[in-house]
Design a binder for this molecule. Structure first.
Ligand code: PLP
Length: 268
């Protein structure tokens, strides 16, 4: 891991897509880093034209441009933790996985953005395979939602026990060091419940359920908060617990903007 920094300020890097509506992606990640007083840096993988109603267009960055951004940041500033969000295509995923290995970025949080919270697949099957086999083994933690965990394991996930089985399988078969299976897209009783597994500890993390339609950016915010906490030197389990609490507060202050699903609020 490159720990060179120009000051004692912790630095985190997000490798993710831009959301023109400001709710998810890079915009959510940088606000989350800022809330935690962590200096935020970014490598943009794609540019989405979207608002609270939907995504009108997605343009990928060339993989060389993504790698150049990561390189520029790490070479000069150094990062204590990084996260990946929407990587969009197989080429970018493979290039990022290679670069993370070359630069020895150990504190890597992988949010395997593949499926929206409503269940729609966002990336190709080839890209799913590349995330599974090249990127997840390099993660300190991977944070799939229920649908992503289903794709990664081929298990049907409808209950807490099935979430636990999926977390254990992702750890064992995809060699993720730790896994957080998120219950956000589950039925009412499991909505605030996530399963954490690090090979030894299997924990059920529960927070109060927040009753809001404005949930855009929840996955991004959670993974960015974990990365911010890791950048500050917290241990992984503490980083996850505190990130989950932060997300719950951000959700309970969610913004009712636009005609569709508004974003969580990062400063309150
Ligand atoms: N990254 C980008 C650029 C997006 O546009 C989206 C969703 O629209 C996401 C990530 C995932 O968002 P969420 O945190 O709501 O899962």
């Amino acid at each position: 891991m490159n720990t060179q920094t120009t000051s004692k300020t912790p630095v985190a890097l997000t490798i993710a897509g831009s959301d023109s509506g400001g709710g998810a992606g890079i915009q959510a990640d940088l606000r989350t880093f800022a809330f935690h007083c962590v200096h935020g840096t970014c490598a943009i993988t794609c540019v989405t034209a979207q608002n609270t109603v939907g995504v009108a267009r997605v343009d990928a960055m060339p993989k060389e441009a993504v790698i150049a951004q990561i390189h520029a940041v790490v070479e000069d500033i150094g990062v204590q933790a990084a996260k990946t969000g929407m990587l969009l295509n197989q080429e970018i995923i493979a290039a990022v996985a290679q670069e993370v290995e070359t630069l020895q970025i150990d504190n890597l949080v992988v949010d395997p953005v593949m499926v929206s919270r409503t269940g729609a697949q966002l990336i190709s099957d080839d890209a799913v395979q590349t995330i599974s086999h090249l990127l997840i083994p390099k993660a300190i933690i991977v944070t799939p939602n229920r649908y992503e965990a289903q794709i990664l394991t081929n298990l049907e996930i409808n209950s807490l026990d099935e979430m636990k089985a999926a977390a254990q399988m992702i750890h064992r078969e995809l060699r993720a060091k730790a896994v957080l299976v998120k219950g956000g897209g589950m039925q009412e009783s499991l909505r605030g419940v996530d399963i954490y597994f690090d090979g030894q500890n299997l924990e059920t993390l529960s927070t109060k359920q927040v009753d809001t339609e404005n949930t855009h950016g929840t996955g991004c915010t959670l993974s960015a908060a974990i990365a911010a906490n890791l950048a500050m030197g917290k241990d992984l389990f503490t980083a996850v617990q505190q990130a989950k609490n932060y997300l719950t507060t951000a959700l309970s202050h969610a913004l009712d903007i636009g005609k569709g699903q508004g974003p969580v609020r990062h400063f309150f």
